[in-house]
Ligand binder design. Structure first.
Ligand code: ZN
Length: 79
C-alpha cells in the first residue's frame, strides 16, 4: 500500500483529519464537481458515499476512504 499509485503528498494535509460523509456540496459556487484527492475520480451531486474534510475542500471517494483510512487515521464525525 505504501507504493500505491494514488499516494502523492496527501499525508501532509490529510493525515489524522476529521472527515464527514455528506452529499457533494461545492466549495465554491462556481464549481460543479470535485475530484477525489487520491484517484481523481469525479465527485459531484450524483456521487454516493463521498467523504470530505470539515471545510468541504478536500474530497475522498468511498474506495479510497476504505483503502487509506488506517494509514491516515481518519476520524469520522457523525452529523
Ligand atoms: Zn478515490
Amino acid at each position: 500500500m505504501k507504493n500505491d499509485w494514488r499516494l502523492t503528498n496527501q499525508i501532509d494535509y490529510l493525515s489524522c483529519k476529521t472527515l464527514i460523509q455528506v452529499p457533494y456540496t461545492p466549495y465554491s459556487e462556481t464549481w460543479t464537481h470535485d475530484h477525489c484527492e487520491f484517484c481523481s475520480e469525479t465527485i459531484d451531486e450524483t456521487t454516493k458515499d463521498a467523504y470530505c474534510t470539515e471545510d468541504k475542500y478536500h474530497w475522498i471517494c468511498k474506495d479510497c476512504f476504505k483503502d487509506f483510512k488506517e494509514m491516515f487515521d481518519w476520524r469520522i464525525k457523525n452529523n
